[in-house]
Write a protein that binds this ligand. Structure first.
Ligand code: URA
Length: 209
């Protein structure tokens, strides 16, 4: 699949197995989401440009590299995507954070945005949108639209578990947006849960069920 990167790293795969387990409680679930997001962020930022600088070490001058150019913004989709931010900003502390709140209208099934606060300079930033599950793709597609309309040109998606329907729908609208995920599951069920998935990620992370 074009523009889909599955992060096969053993640590990511192991943590996803723990996340899937029905016996994993909220505290552990939250910690695992954060750790998984940190590891995924490491992969999703592999192509950040570097420049060479000189640094005085205690011994001599070292020609060494630092990240240059584009800065980062993380945009979690409320609410489950929030759980991934903490791990990601541990790796990139200078990143700014925007928030997008979207729900799916139970009757029309359309994605409806109810909250949006983005960094004022988002157009100059590389944006990584986070959500734990990429299910139907409707909230993700809407979020990409919002972020693009705000001027962002470099947008990536980071989700822990995706499914074919979600990937297809996002890429139908935005074929160039790279999707970083830890697993692509089988399908969606009648309630639009990912199968086998990990259940309602928002409920599990915040302990609301
Ligand atoms: N959102 C979730 O939290 N879980 C799913 O399986 C699908 C969407």
């Amino acid at each position: 699949m074009d523009n889909v990167i599955i992060i096969e790293h053993p640590l990511v795969q192991h943590k996803i197995s723990l996340l899937r387990d029905i016996n994993t409680g909220s505290k552990e679930f939250r910690e695992l989401v954060s750790e998984t997001a940190m590891l995924m962020c490491y992969e999703a930022t592999r192509d950040l440009p570097l420049k060479t600088v000189e640094v005085q070490t205690p011994v001599a001058i070292a020609k060494t590299k630092v990240i240059t150019g584009r800065k980062l913004a993380f945009v979690p989709i409320l609410r489950a995507g929030l759980g991934m931010v903490d791990g990601a900003v541990k790796l990139v502390p200078a990143a700014k954070i925007g928030h997008v709140g979207i729900f799916r209208d139970p009757e029309t099934k359309n994605a409806v945005d109810y909250y949006c606060k983005l960094p004022f300079d988002i157009a100059e930033r590389e944006v990584i949108i986070t959500d734990i599950m990429l299910a139907t793709g409707s909230t993700m597609t809407k979020t990409v639209e919002i972020v693009k309309n705000a001027g962002a040109k470099n947008i990536k998606i980071m989700c822990i578990v995706a499914c074919p329907e979600g990937i297809e729908n996002v890429h139908k609208a935005y074929p160039d947006v790279e999707i970083y995920c830890g697993a692509i599951d089988e399908k969606l069920d009648d309630r639009l849960y990912i199968v086998p998935g990990m259940g309602d990620a928002g409920d599990r992370i915040f302990g609301t069920k």
